[in-house]
Ligand binder design. Structure first.
Ligand SMILES: Cc1ncc(COP(=O)(O)O)c(C=O)c1O
Length: 674
């Protein structure tokens, strides 16, 4: 549909579209949670400390990066947002503990699997020391990274930065943990299956170490949403309560029950309903107090990850949102644990949460450029259609009845026959497609039928919207008629969860926001995969299947008196809240590699500084990753060009240009470049 009707108050009153109208339309305040805004110039802004006086203009950043030769697609990481987010979580728990006289303390543990990028982890590790936070590793490579990170951040010593080890562990893994304990690290392996406990005891005795041990328990409380199976009896990880009791006996028999320091659970990522969390914490706290009573040396309760992110801004209990705030999460966790422990007269434990997503999601924004669009035209080229009909009859054929019917419907459409026309034209379109498939309709006549059908669709919508009365049957028409905007990125590389689990991420233009977006469209990436598209968008109320976008501004070029449009003025979109899980789950579909990533710091006056530029993969790098020998490729190309030049199929300068293009291409970005 060509035109969207704005429900915006401002535009309605003044007749002029403002940046505020855009902010409302895209729900920026709802999902941006104070980190994202729109300025009076109609540009999207980032406020890394939620302070409007300290804001950075995203369009200016993109221009500045362009001037430095860094082109879109580019991932912007805001160091200050990351820091602000960590401090916000710290404060929420400190406030909850102070209000409820909780004495056990709190520590947030960053599971590096959420975003293992060195720069992100290093920043978290260096902040962790001051905030009493820690790191989590879920595999051998992650353990080695975390040991290095914690040492570099000064988190050594038995009371140093806590390191939690989850996931399956073999003998070598556990031996490393025991030796790291001997080295003086505050490291806790969490037992996921009983055999790990046996290994811990064996290695601890061999090295004469008193380890700190955690156990993960399978709760009966179910998780919720996509990661529901992280909890419950059928979950992959953790010990049944009966096994936990066996673990207690086993440790007692080895005179190591005082080493059982931590009780862990994880009920799933992106917990959208706070009730699920409350039930799980309640159950976990009861198990904690029972084990404490039995003589376990418990000091810490680890509630796992799951603190969610309100991706669509609806603050509701569904998968792209959450029905609670960080403050409510903290208050509920503290309250539940305190209530159960006070009842059982057990000292308040140190609370740990492994809130990865909530820590990092807000800090990354992907900026991508639109390459072009395709639309279903509202105005058919009637003279051309009539000429095609004439040519059809001149060739001795007949204009097929469905085409005539569509033309008649188009011409006779009035406000009084909208529904009737809709029925007639859908039937005529279906008949036309059947005739074509059976070989009874020519390609030009099929083209005419399609054009007329789309044009009638547009007219129907226009008239129905003007009447303010959209019949139910037209419900799907706006989405069917929306444009396709081709964007320079790979969904599979930059936002894999959009493809894999239909995760919604907020998207909006980062400029032209004081212009009314007059088109609606879906976004298509540059992979050759038909799944490489975004056709669901965040909205508080509806399942939005097309995004409001601006008309692309063509750049006209004149050559030999002929004006052609070969390009468009840059049009940039921002995809927000991409900091958690997306980078590491991304893949090399179509050999489109990592995008450039730029770490930015924002000064008190909103000025921005580039802290670090991590260049995206080059073509050469991704080819080598899939085992190509780049030298072999170049040699083969050179030989082929040589033969072509000798045989006169290419001139020498042409051959030279092609070889240069090939070499430059190998060294270049995997995405389309200006
Ligand atoms: C054991 C464990 N801890 C923590 C997390 C992080 O969860 P989130 O990022 O949702 O906070 C996960 C992720 O699924 C996990 O499996």
């Amino acid at each position: 549909m060509a035109t969207i009707t704005s429900s915006s108050k401002n535009a309605f009153i003044t007749g002029r579209w403002t940046a505020e109208d855009s902010a409302r339309l895209y729900g920026v305040a709802d999902w941006g949670k104070g980190y994202v805004g729109v300025n009076a110039r109609g540009h999207a802004t980032v406020m890394p400390t939620k302070d409007p006086s300290r804001q950075v203009d995203l369009h200016e950043v993109v221009q500045g990066l362009r001037e430095r030769g860094i082109h879109t697609p580019v991932l912007l990481r805001f160091n200050n947002i990351l820091e602000h987010r960590l401090r916000e979580i710290r404060k929420a728990f400190d406030d909850a503990m102070a209000e409820q006289s909780y004495t056990g303390g709190y520590s947030c543990i960053y599971p590096i699997k959420v975003n293992q990028q060195r720069h992100v982890c290093e920043q978290i590790a260096s902040l962790a020391a001051g905030l009493n936070f820690g790191l989590e590793a879920g595999s051998k490579p992650e353990l080695l990274a975390v040991l290095g990170l914690s040492a570099a951040a000064g988190g050594v010593g038995v009371n140093g930065m806590p390191i939690i080890c989850n996931g399956f562990k073999d003998s070598e893994f556990i031996e490393t943990v025991i030796l790291a304990t001997k080295l003086g690290r505050n490291i806790i392996p969490v037992v996921e299956k009983f055999s790990e406990l046996e290994l811990i005891v064996r290695h601890a005795k061999a090295y004469n170490v008193k380890p700190r041990i955690g156990v993960r328990v399978k709760l009966s409380s179910r998780g919720a949403g996509r990661w529901e199976s992280s909890a419950g009896a059928r979950s992959k990880f953790g010990l049944f309560v009966s096994e936990v009791l066996r673990a207690v006996e086993f440790l007692r028999a080895h005179d190591m029950l005082d080493c059982l320091n931590l009780l862990h659970c994880h009920v799933g990522s992106q917990l959208y309903d706070i009730r699920v969390l409350k039930n799980a914490i309640n159950e976990l706290a009861h198990i904690y107090t029972e084990l404490h009573r039995m003589g376990a040396g418990l000091t810490t309760i680890d509630i796992g990850g799951g603190m969610g992110v309100d991706y669509d801004g609806s603050q509701s209990a569904w998968s792209s949102s959450i029905n609670y705030s960080v403050q409510e999460y903290a208050a509920d966790v503290v309250y539940r644990i305190k209530a159960v422990c006070d009842d059982a007269r057990v000292p308040h434990p140190l609370i740990m949460s492994e809130s990865g997503r909530a820590m990092v999601a807000y800090s990354s924004v992907l900026i991508l450029d639109v390459l072009g669009s395709s639309k279903f035209e509202a105005d058919p080229d009637l003279p051309r259609i009539e000429a095609m009909m004439k040519a059809e009859t001149e060739r001795g054929g007949e204009v097929p009845q469905p085409v005539l019917d569509l033309l008649e419907s188009y011409r006779n459409l009035t406000d009084r026959n909208l529904l009737e026309t809709y029925h007639d034209c859908t039937q005529a379109r279906d008949e036309a497609m059947s005739l074509f498939s059976l070989g009874y309709m020519s390609l030009p006549m099929r083209a005419a039928a399609e054009q007329l059908f789309w044009a009638i669709g547009h007219k129907l919508l226009e008239r129905a919207s003007r009447r303010g009365d959209l019949p139910d049957e037209f419900e799907n028409l706006p989405d069917l008629l929306s444009d396709i905007y081709f964007c320079n990125f790979s969904l599979f590389q930059s936002m894999p969860d959009s493809w894999a689990i239909d995760q919604l991420f907020p998207i909006c233009p980062i400029h032209r926001l004081n212009e009314e977006p007059t088109r609606r469209g879906i976004l298509s990436d540059i992979t050759c995969d038909s799944d490489g598209k975004i056709d669901h968008f965040v909205d508080k109320r509806i399942d939005k299947k097309a995004l409001e976008l601006h008309e692309l501004r063509p750049i006209q070029e004149e050559s030999n008196g002929t004006v052609t449009v070969t390009n468009y003025e840059p049009y940039y979109l921002g995809v927000f809240l991409l900091g958690a899980y997306q980078e590491i789950l991304g893949d090399l579909h179509n050999l489109l590699g990592d995008t450039h990533a730029v770490h930015l710091s924002v000064g008190p006056d909103g000025s921005w500084t580039i802290e670090e530029v991590i260049e995206g993969d080059t073509v050469e790098e991704v080819l080598q990753y899939v085992q190509y020998d780049v030298k072999d490729l170049k040699d083969a190309m050179r030989r082929d060009i040589e033969v072509a030049c000798r045989q006169g199929r290419l001139t020498l300068p042409e051959g030279k240009s092609l070889l240069k293009y090939y070499d430059d291409g190998l060294e270049g970005y995997t995405y389309l470049e200006e």
